[in-house]
Write a protein that binds this ligand. Structure first.
Ligand SMILES: [Fe+2]
Length: 242
């Protein structure tokens, strides 16, 4: 469970009704209050979710080349929409887990949405967290990237190239530390669900059109320039050291 997740307000208030429907998704918890020995139902951790949006870690009016209107809309409508959708999907999963007559392939319709919405929520939180900076990398992360790619410029050229290839469509670009191969690489991601295996995100760039259309129309290259001007490199350094 990530720090972001632990900070959230888990929704348990509505748990009882949902939990009663599912032996798989629920556990019994004895109330801590010794005055009350009654047993209450709670949602098992795997089925818990939240409708709380993580606040933007910067003032959206102060970004360079990305308007406040764009950032607020992206945060509220696209990220916020994913948070709500994930909560709805997980609530239905908790219900469906107790429905033994539901065919597995129908259950998997929900699991597909679960995967996609989880990817959207997590990637958007990582994205907003790596914005709001000066765009100037510190020596440590610059050296690590230069070592991995031959030069920092070579890394930036490939990262931008992947982004350009996603222009006009959807997807993400990720600079990641693959913890299996121990390599730092750039990854193309077609959508929220195509994350590289066992890889820690260091820097992510949203290439869905909603990330820039309001400010730049179809000119994705201008958005990529603006993204680079606002990278919060201190966050990248923290992720590298974590
Ligand atoms: Fe987005």
């Amino acid at each position: 469970m990530t720090q972001d997740t632990t900070r959230r307000d888990f929704v348990t208030a509505a748990a009882a009704t949902v939990a009663a429907a599912s032996a798989l998704a629920t556990t019994h918890a004895v109330a801590a209050d010794s005055e009350s020995k009654e047993t209450k139902m709670t949602i098992a951790p795997a089925f818990q979710t939240s409708t709380t949006l993580k606040p933007l870690p910067f003032d959206p009016a102060k970004l360079n080349g990305l308007s406040e209107k764009l950032i607020r809309s992206h945060w509220e409508n696209n990220y916020g929409g994913s948070v709500k959708a994930l909560a709805a999907v997980k609530t239905r999963l908790a219900q469906a887990a107790g429905d033994k007559d539901l065919p597995p392939y129908v259950y998997n319709d929900l699991k597909r949405e679960h995967l996609i919405r989880t990817g959207s929520v997590v990637l958007h939180e990582i994205y907003f967290d790596n914005l709001g900076g000066s765009g100037k990398p510190g020596a440590k992360e610059r050296d690590a990237i230069a070592t991995a790619f031959g030069s920092f410029d070579a890394w930036e050229a490939e990262f931008r190239r992947i982004g350009a290839g996603l222009g006009g469509g959807s997807g993400w670009v990720m600079l990641g530390l693959n913890e299996h191969t121990r390599q730092i690489e750039n990854y193309w991601m077609a959508d929220h669900a195509t994350a590289p295996a066992n890889t820690r995100p260091l820097l992510v760039m949203d290439m869905y059109e909603h990330s820039y259309q309001m400010d730049y129309g179809a000119a994705a290259a201008k958005y990529i320039d603006a993204f680079f001007q606002n990278i919060q490199w201190e966050k990248v350094a923290q992720r590298l050291e974590a």
